[in-house]
Every structure is written in C-alpha cells, then in structure tokens.
Design a protein around this ligand. Structure first.
Ligand code: URA
Ligand code: SF4
Length: 280
C-alpha cells in the first residue's frame, strides 16, 4: 500500500473512531495496520493465543500482562480441539440446506476469529460483502465494528465475530423466525466451544435470539444479561451478555454512538481492560 493510501486509511480510522465516540473523549486511533482487514480465518481460525506481553500495537493501553486480549493458559491440545470443533461447525454450515436461504447464498459465513477469544461479537446475518467473501462483518458495518473493537483497546484478530444467520437473506431483509430457528443451533454450538468471558449482541435479532426474549434492543442494552450456552435458562454456567446497537444502525443514527460506547465501556470494565481516565 502506498504512503498516501496508508495516510488516508489512518485518517479514515481516526474519523470513524471520533464519530463512534461522539467527537469527545477520543481514544487515539489504532496504529497503522493494527486494525484493518480481518485475517481470512474461516470458521475456526488457526491462530494460537498471542503472547500478551507482545501486544505493542494493541491500542490505548500498555497494561497487557494483567489483561490479556485473549484467554491464556489453554494447552495446545485444548486449543487444537477447539479449532477442530469450529472447523467441523463451519463445514456443517457450508453443506447446510436447513432453510431456504441456502438457495440464494453465494458463500456461507460461519464467523471467524481466534479459538481462544475472551470476547465474542454476534451480529444478525451476512450482507452483500459478507456473502461474497464468506467472512462476517467485512462491509461498511464491519468497518465500524473494527473501530469499536479498536476503541476498546483490542484488535479484531483477538475477538471472534459471527452472526445468528450464516447465509445472507435476500436484499438484507430481517431474518425470519423459521430461519433463526433453523440456524441458531450453529451459533449456540460455537459459543459453547468458545466459552468466552463476555458476549456482545449487536442489534435486536442477536440479543433476542440469545436471550430468548422479544424485548426491544433499546430496553435490553446498557446492562449485562445472563446468557445460557446450554440453550436452557438456569442450566449450566451463564455468560454475561451485553446487548448494544448494531453498527449498521449506528451508521444510520450516529447520535446513538455515545450509548454504544457506554455499553462497550461496561464490557471493558468486566474484562479488566483499562479504560483511560479521560474516557471513564
Ligand atoms: N451485518 C451483520 O449483522 N453481520 C454481518 O456480518 C454484516 C453486517
Ligand atoms: Fe443452514 Fe443457516 Fe444457511 Fe439456513 S441460514 S441454510 S439454517 S446455514
């Protein structure tokens, strides 16, 4: 990439982050190259946990040792089992014909990220770009999501990003109830394999599917809810889930970005990620 387009990219990231935060209290933009396109790690992601102390390009904070961006301490065998399980789910999805969306999809989009994330983002469904590339959140909304992750002091490569639906609904229409019913078992299985410390549900379909409610996103957001990976309330260990606005909604309603940032700061707090004093 040329110096000029590098500079443009940095400026774009800076402006998007500024917009995310409503123009005040702006975390410094991520270093060049630190938060750009996701690695093409379909379904499982072969990357092993990085050495937390090596995370120099990791955003506003230097305090990485006590707050690693990914889960540490898993044996290579455990990590390998996770990768295999995620790849198996992605392969099942690739062959899936359980709902009508298989007829119109270009590629399935199982989701991508490391096998050892502390944090997982769940969106709604692939859009045009995701359907073409087979990767979640790589279009316009994905660029904003990258900025949201960067503002938290994390890199996209440290978090797992997926959707409720693994195939694109024609014209990006809202997922139908029967499509969610057919597809959500893949998502629940992914979340059981990943065992994250926190889940962020982006928008109403993700939050409602994971929490088993019809409550609006405006009412659900802003506080943690118990998510049960077992699929049955009160069975097994719950995972704290923060619903917040979908980045596509934030692109249409930039005035709501401040609320999303409040939600993400609560997630940072929960993960022990340092929030610089001026952003508290
Ligand atoms: N919107 C989503 O919900 N998911 C994507 O992957 C892209 C856009
Ligand atoms: Fe299968 Fe889900 Fe795709 Fe429907 S959306 S065909 S259930 S993978």
């Amino acid at each position: 990439m040329s110096d000029l387009s590098d500079a443009r990219e940095i400026l774009r990231q800076f402006l998007e982050t500024e917009m995310l935060l409503g123009g005040r209290d702006i975390p410094w933009p991520a270093p060049a190259g630190g938060n750009r396109a996701p690695k093409a790690v379909v379904g499982a992601a072969a990357s092993l946990p990085r050495d937390p102390s090596a995370g120099s390009s990791n955003g506003p904070s230097g305090a990485r040792a006590s707050t690693p961006p990914q889960r540490a301490g898993l044996s290579p065998e455990e990590v390998g089992q996770r990768v295999a399980a995620l790849e198996r789910i992605a392969a099942e999805v690739a062959a899936c014909t359980k709902c009508g969306l298989h007829r119109t999809r270009t590629k399935t989009v199982p989701g991508q990220g490391p096998p050892t994330p502390r944090l997982v983002f769940v969106g709604e469904a692939p859009g045009y770009d995701e359907d073409r590339q087979g990767l979640a959140f790589v279009g316009r909304a994905g660029q904003l999501l990258t900025q949201m992750v960067a503002a938290m002091g994390l890199r996209r490569e440290d978090v797992f990003i997926c959707n409720v639906l693994k195939c694109r609904p024609p014209d990006n229409r809202t997922p139908a109830a029967d499509e969610i019913a057919a597809c959500s078992p893949y998502l629940f299985e992914q979340l059981r394999v990943l065992g994250p410390e926190v889940i962020v549900a982006l928008g109403a379909p993700a939050a409602q599917t994971l929490l088993g409610t019809h409550e609006s996103i405006g009412r659900l957001r802003g506080r943690f809810h118990d998510f049960y990976p077992s699929g049955t309330p009160m069975i097994g260990q719950p995972v704290p889930l923060m619903p917040t606005y979908h980045p596509a909604y934030l692109l249409r309603n930039p005035g709501e970005k401040g609320k999303a940032w409040e939600d993400l700061k609560k997630v940072m707090q929960r993960l022990g990620l340092p929030i610089p004093a001026r952003y508290r």
